[in-house]
Structure formats: structure tokens, C-alpha cells
Design a protein around this ligand. Structure first.
Ligand code: ADP
Ligand code: MG
Length: 438
């Protein structure tokens, strides 16, 4: 937001939160269990005091998990989160409790995040009670002040959440988050569940409160346009990884990472026939239990680097190969977990249960030169023989490039703290523009 930008441009650029190599894995509990879900998979971030830092990405990319891990609502698997110089991932007991006042969260869904058996007054007061702040009387007074500060009235104290509209409920959630005078607030899709007209009012409220109380925000959203309006800087997340980070306007005007480009070009235009406002990219993200070995985005990337030796292969053929590889990957994932097995049984997994049919469909009218055909034939045989893993490995060896094999580095782009996670920034591969295909 402009005022905030000015404020910290003029004065300090001090880092409030420093995240280093943060990982949060779920279900990492034994040699014989399926591989863990890598919800946050090695994240580095700096959040500056007083700024609004945006975090965007498709559903399931790990945004909420990252936000919750920064607040110690989840225990990090590894890595550090320094808050004002203190690593909070190892705090315990009274130190942890004291620190918790500093860092609060507002949830997406004001419907389910407020306890419907408590009055609004009790809900907002609860953190004050839990931390023994002031006398009875002072707490009541503080709650009344907070209610009016977020645009509610004193008589709302005795009402119940279900008597309120979505926007009002979110005001209650905000008042509660501010009760203990935190420095840092995670806003986890705070307006995603609200009508557009209400969204604007809540955003304005959040901006005013930030100004008044010197708050630092982590603003999580899947709606890229909301973020553009409110955030000073933005990080784009995919499969547990930050793909690109930079100042908001710069990143929106001139995205350098293929994932950011894809996401921005998929911003939904108002379309009366489209019920969902979801941002959709071609293909689906791989399971975070089985992320690609190289770049996380490699299975969907429109700028993926081709290996040497296939320069003569047409775009159509190459596209079909990549899609065939995705299908084979899905086949190997089937063994991974119960959820996947259920999905498969329900027919949600892949429409290509018959591998011959898949090949026929994908390569219909598409050239299959000999350099390609031998590998395809082998892979199909292996899948049929019940060895999809062998097929996957052969395809990886034959058609894999640096994008399939190596994790990219975070490359500095320009001189304003922009970073992008992509092999294309290496000198030998740096012409992303010409490579965007789909
Ligand atoms: P986002 O907020 O970007 O939609 P989440 O952080 O909610 O993403 O989820 C990231 C990944 O972690 C998803 O694959 C999700 O299914 C998984 N996940 C989230 N919470 C849990 C949990 N408590 N147990 C197991 N997996 C989880
Ligand atoms: Mg979420």
C-alpha cells in the first residue's frame, strides 16, 4: 500500500522476520510410511517491518502451511524463523507464550473460524483472558474499543457470530487478532470468502489498522489482483517453493519466472459463463508427496529447456512427449498413498487407464521420429508389464533436461531484491521469452 511503502522507504528497511531454509513435511513418521507431503520445501524469505508482504500461488502450493509455520501453529520440520533476531522455531514454555502475543492470524473463512457458542465479546476477549491481560474491567473496555475500531458497535458485544454477515464476522476475527497488540499478522485469504463489495471495505480497514498500529502483514491470497493492490512486495509459491519474489509493481509489470508469467496470464477475466473465479493453468500440479526431482514446475513449464539431440523434433511431438511423461508419472504415483488409491478408484486420477489409448490420443496426427519412437515403445511395454517406474526412468533418461534433473538456484534479477528460481537465468539458457510455448 502506498502509505506504508512511503513510510518504510523513508525510514527503516529493517527486517522483522527472516526465514531460512524452512521445511514443513507432513506424515514423515517412519520407514514404512508413504513419502511425506512436502508442503513447505526449503523457503527463504525476509519480511520487513511495517510492510505488507504478499504470498500467492495456486491452491495446495503451501501458502497456509508457510503462514502457520511462521506463527508456530505448526512445528517446522527444519530451518529457522527469526523474529526480531530470535529463532522462534525452538521457543518453549513461557518464552513461547510471551512471543505468541506478537504474532496473530486472521483466517479465510469467518464462518468456521469463530466459535458460534461464544458471544462476539467473549471471542475477542478470549486472547486477553488467556494471557491474563489487565483486570476484568480493562479487558471489557479494551474489547469495546476494538469493536468500534473495526467498525462494529458496542451492542454487538452480546451477539453471536451467526447473527452477523460474512463481512461483520471477518471484522470480529480482525478485532480478535489485534486484541494482544501484535506486531505481525498473517492474513490467510482474509477476503476470499467475501462478496467483492465487502472485500474492498475489509481491505481498507486492514490498511487503516496497519497504519494506526504499525503492523507488519503477511497477506496470503490466490487472487492476484487483490495482492497487487495491497502489497509492497510479493512472493509466488509453487509446490512448497518460492518461485519469484520482488516489489509488487515490478513483478506484475515484468514477471521473469515462467511460473509467475503463467499465473499472471491466467488471471481470470470476468466471464458470466464461468462460475468459478479460480486461476487455472494447463495441467495439474504434481503431488507434493512426489515433487519433480528437478525444478518443481518442470512438468508444466512452458519455458522448459529441451535436452540436446532433439532440435529437429517438432513442437507438437515434444508437447505430446511431455504429456505422455505426466501420465506415466501419475501411474507411478498410484502406489503411493491411500488417498491416491481412492482417487484412482473413483476415476479421478487419469482418464488414461489404457496406455495404448493414451498414446493414440496424444500422438494422433503427430509425427513420431525414430529418436523418439524407440523410447516410447519401451515405456509403453513397461507400463503394460506393470513397471511404470521403469517406464518413468527411461523417459527421464531419454527426454529429461536440466529442468528435470537439477533444482534451480535462486537467481538475483536486477538490483531491487528480485529473485527468481529458474534455470533459464543461467547464462547458457537465458532467453526465456522465445521459449514460452503454451
Ligand atoms: P495452500 O494454502 O497454498 O492452499 P496448504 O498449505 O493448505 O496450501 O497445503 C499444502 C499441502 O500440504 C497440500 O498438499 C495439503 O494437502 C497438505 N497439507 C496441509 N495441511 C496438512 C496436514 N495437516 N496434514 C497433511 N497434509 C497437509
Ligand atoms: Mg490456504
Amino acid at each position: 500500500m502506498s502509505q506504508a511503502t512511503q513510510r518504510h522507504d523513508d525510514t527503516d528497511e529493517e527486517t522483522l522476520i527472516e526465514v531460512r531454509n524452512l521445511e514443513k513435511y507432513y506424515g514423515d513418521d517412519g520407514m514404512f510410511s508413504p513419502p511425506p507431503v512436502k508442503a513447505v520445501d526449503g523457503v527463504d524469505l525476509d519480511i520487513k517491518r511495517g510492510e505488507t508482504f504478499g504470498l500467492v500461488g495456486e491452491s495446495g502450493s503451501g501458502k497456509s502451511t508457510l503462514g502457520r509455520t511462521l506463527l508456530r501453529l505448526e512445528q517446522a520440520t527444519s530451518g529457522t524463523v527469526s523474529f526480531d533476531g530470535t529463532d522462534i522455531t525452538t521457543l518453549e514454555g513461557s518464552d513461547l507464550k510471551r512471543w505468541r502475543r506478537n504474532a496473530q492470524i486472521v483466517f479465510q473463512d469467518p464462518e468456521s473460524s469463530l466459535n458460534d457458542r461464544m458471544t462476539v465479546g467473549e471471542i475477542v476477549r478470549e486472547p486477553l483472558d488467556a494471557h491474563d491481560k489487565g483486570t476484568e474491567r480493562e479487558r471489557r473496555k479494551r474489547v469495546m474499543d476494538l469493536l468500534s475500531r473495526v467498525g462494529l458497535r458496542e451492542e454487538h458485544y452480546y451477539r453471536y457470530p451467526h447473527q452477523f454477515s460474512g463481512g461483520q464476522r471477518q471484522r470480529v476475527g480482525i478485532a480478535r487478532a489485534l486484541a494482544l497488540e501484535p506486531e505481525f499478522v498473517v492474513l490467510d485469504e482474509p477476503v476470499s470468502a467475501l462478496d467483492v463489495s465487502v472485500q474492498a471495505k475489509i481491505i481498507t480497514l486492514l490498511e487503516d489498522l496497519q497504519e494506526e498500529f504499525d503492523l507488519t502483514y503477511l497477506f496470503i491470497a490466490h487472487d492476484l489482483s487483490v495482492v497487487r493492490h495491497i502489497c509492497d512486495r510479493v512472493a509466488v509459491m509453487y509446490l512448497g517453493k518460492i518461485m519469484e519474489v520482488g516489489e509488487t509493481e515490478e513483478l506484475y509489470e515484468d514477471p521473469v519466472n515462467p511460473y509467475t508469467k503463467s499465473l499472471l496470464s491466467a488471471i481470470p477475466r470476468p466471464d458470466p459463463t464461468d462460475e468459478s473465479e479460480r486461476t487455472t493453468l494447463p495441467g495439474t500440479p504434481p503431488s507434493p508427496r512426489d515433487p519433480p526431482q528437478g525444478c518443481q514446475f518442470s512438468t508444466r513449464c512452458p519455458a522448459k529447456i529441451r535436452p540436446e539431440g532433439f532440435e529437429e523434433v517438432s513442437e507438437e511431438t515434444w508437447d505430446a512427449i511431455e504429456r505422455f511423461r505426466e501420465i506415466v508419472r501419475e501411474r507411478t504415483r498410484v502406489e503411493l498413498g491411500t488417498v491416491d488409491r481412492v482417487k484412482r478408484r473413483a476415476g479421478l486420477f487419469s482418464k488414461y487407464d489404457d496406455i495404448d489409448e493414451a498414446v493414440k490420443d496424444l500422438f494422433d496426427g503427430v509425427e513420431r521420429p525414430p529418436v523418439v519412437d524407440d523410447h516410447l515403445t519401451y515405456a509403453v511395454e513397461q507400463v503394460k508389464a506393470g513397471h511404470p517406474q521403469d517406464a518413468r526412468e527411461r523417459l527421464h533418461e531419454a527426454f529429461g533436461s536440466v529442468c528435470d534433473r537439477e533444482r534451480p538456484a535462486h537467481h538475483q534479477v536486477g538490483d531491487r531484491g528480485r529473485e527468481s528460481y529458474c534455470h533459464r537465468h543461467r547464462e547458457e539458457y537465458d532467453d526465456v521469452e522465445s521459449a514460452i510455448r503454451r
